[in-house]
Design a protein around this ligand. Structure first.
Ligand code: GLU
Length: 382
């Protein structure tokens, strides 16, 4: 299949652009931003919707404050973001304004989307902005985000937003041409990989952790994000962000950057939210029969298949299911707390009432609340 065929029908695009693309020695690189904005405006002209996840707040704020070298503390980074985010938005607002487009700012932390109600609220807001034709510019809410509630880097943030807005394609604009088969700074032999049909351990090994001095993620976090995005059925492209017209090139079907194809079996939006947004509160070890029922047959998890309960969780909490070999294979929301499951594990459903004196549910995790993260053949979905 050609690139053009692979990307046919793409209309809603999430573009992520990193600090290494947007900033230079003198803070924000206005020329690069103007160029990117024209490219986005051209996509709009051809009927596409674009949501932008943009970094650059901290780097820009740091420059504004005349700070050289690394920012020393978390509060310094947060303060720099407070200064830089406003500037970033002003620059975008001016640049998009020249094309007759309005911008809207959305700042998120991880805790904003782990709560299902807030997740749905954000979703409604983002869809309204799309309806209005506004270019939404999203960043992490760096001034308040501390470790516990952090996305960590914008590659991860963009992967989560792709699910929220149901993007048809994610384009990650970086300071390199795409993913190379080995670290391109180490050797001249490195070759660009144009197409990744499946994220194998070799592909993961090709991605190094080194980030640029201003970027956060490095290639590793981009491939990790690609795994999540493709697991939800969305294609993902890593492409050179400083090339003029790169977005149009991609939409024209040119072999630019690295395209990661969506996985054949993918998670729907809510299950994606369960799998990748929620922090697991415990583990349920399950036997081989239960594993097969979950992975191959798409069934619910019953008490009879549980062999061990780890952790202290309550009804509704997200819990990881682990197979007998110790691999995490699914995450789901439990119908009972840890203590209750300890009492009924290994038992047939008919016995539950006898043991507990009541029975609220047949399943430990209902299949509607269960996100299986491996393929039937045992290959990881993400
Ligand atoms: N949110 C950070 C900023 O705007 C960047 C994070 C990242 O580059 O991954 O400065």
């Amino acid at each position: 299949m050609t690139r053009k065929e692979q990307l046919a029908g793409v209309r809603r695009i999430l573009v992520k652009v990193g600090s290494a693309v947007l900033t230079g020695e003198d803070g924000l690189n206005l020329q690069v931003i103007e160029q990117l904005v024209s490219d986005v405006a051209a996509l709009r002209e051809r009927g596409c919707q674009v949501v932008l996840v943009s970094s650059g707040a901290i780097a820009s704020g740091k420059h504004r404050m005349g700070i050289e070298g690394k920012l020393k503390s978390i509060s310094q980074k947060q303060a720099a973001a407070a200064v830089g985010q406003g500037r970033l938005m002003r620059v975008y607002s001016n640049a998009f304004g020249k094309h007759g487009l309005f911008v809207g700012q959305v700042l998120l932390t991880m805790s904003d989307i782990t709560d299902r109600k807030r997740f749905l609220n954000i979703r409604n807001t983002l869809f309204t902005l799309l309806e209005w034709g506004v270019i939404t510019i999203i960043n992490e809410n760096d001034t308040v985000a501390v470790d516990e509630i952090k996305f960590g880097d914008n590659d991860h943030l963009a992967a989560m937003v792709a699910n929220i807005v149901e993007a048809h394609l994610v384009i990650n604009l970086t300071s390199t041409e795409g993913l190379y088969d080995r670290n391109p700074t180490d050797t001249r032999k490195a070759k660009l990989i144009p197409l990744v049909a499946e994220i194998t351990p070799e592909i993961e090994a090709a991605a190094t952790e080194d980030a640029t001095p201003v970027g956060m993620g490095g290639m590793k976090s981009k491939v990790l994000a690609a795994k999540k995005v493709t697991a939800s059925g969305i294609p993902y492209i890593i492409a050179p962000g400083r090339r003029a017209g790169v977005l149009q090139e991609i939409l024209d079907g040119k072999e630019t950057g690295t395209l990661f194809l969506p996985s054949a079996e993918h998670l729907n939006s809510r299950k994606y939210w369960i799998a990748f947004t929620l922090r697991s509160r415990g583990r349920l070890l399950i036997d081989d029969g239960a594993k097969e029922a979950l992975v191959r047959d798409g069934k619910s998890l019953l008490p009879s298949g549980v062999t061990q309960v780890e952790g202290d969780f309550v009804l509704g909490d997200p819990v990881t299911c682990v197979d007998s070999a110790g691999n995490a294979i699914a995450k789901g929301l439990v119908n009972s707390g840890a203590d209750e499951i300890r009492k009924i594990m290994g038992l047939k459903t008919a016995k539950i009432e006898q043991v507990l004196g009541y029975k609220d549910y047949d399943e430990v995790i209902h299949r509607d609340n269960l996100a299986v993260t491996v393929q039937p053949a045992g290959k990881p979905k993400a």
